[in-house]
Write a new protein. Structure first.
Lengths: 65, 135
């Protein structure tokens, strides 16, 4: 598959994914969904709700690519 | 403003949680490391990796996230979404996204999905408003 059709296919898939999940993503004023995750060494875990009444939290989602 | 500058300026008053999610442009997916696009990406986004395959296990995710953490050197822990992508789904976080959450656990700022919605300046603005109202 050459570059342009391949890019269009991946882009459309990504947009479909965003459309599917963005409907239920929390909006301004909504309660943030809680979660518990481990760090890269599995030595520390974090639970979002632990910061309630302690500190505001900035979530930065991303990957390496 | 860059995320690095935000961490530097606000880490005393805001808890930053970088969360590693499924790769956006892995070699075995929507790869952007080749051709003219690859050259542009390498020039304008030098910290982006172009040799990463989509991790298939948590161990692989930890390895890639560790590389990412080491490369970016923000000095804060990166947390890793589980293989079912549950947190990514809950926040519609792919490929990249920013949120600010207040002390009451409610969303103060929800960016539009990245990459076009990834605007650290907007996050900074939301933090400034919040801190001004809650000194």
């Amino acid at each position: 598959m050459n570059f342009i059709p391949k890019t269009i296919k991946f882009r459309n898939n990504e947009l479909a994914w965003q459309k599917k999940y963005n409907i239920n993503a929390p909006k301004k004023g909504a309660l943030a969904p809680d979660f518990e995750l481990a760090d890269v060494d599995c030595k520390n875990t974090v639970q979002l709700s632990d910061f309630r009444d302690q500190k505001p939290v900035a979530l930065i989602f991303g990957s390496f690519t | 403003v860059s995320l690095r500058e935000l961490y530097k300026s606000y880490s005393d008053s805001v808890q930053f949680l970088p969360i590693y999610i499924r790769e956006a442009h892995p070699v075995d997916g929507w790869w952007m490391g080749g051709g003219i696009m690859g050259k542009m990406m390498k020039k304008y986004s030098p910290s982006t990796a172009f040799d990463v395959y989509d991790p298939k296990t948590m161990e692989e995710r930890r390895t890639v996230a560790g590389r990412c953490e080491t490369t970016l050197q923000y000095g804060i822990h990166t947390y890793i979404d589980k293989m079912d992508d549950s947190v990514s789904h809950a926040y519609a976080a792919r490929p990249t996204r920013l949120y600010l959450i207040g002390l009451d656990g409610r969303i103060l700022y929800a960016a539009e999905p990245g990459p076009y919605g990834f605007k650290p300046n907007e996050l900074k603005h939301a933090i400034d408003i919040y801190l001004n109202m809650n000194p």
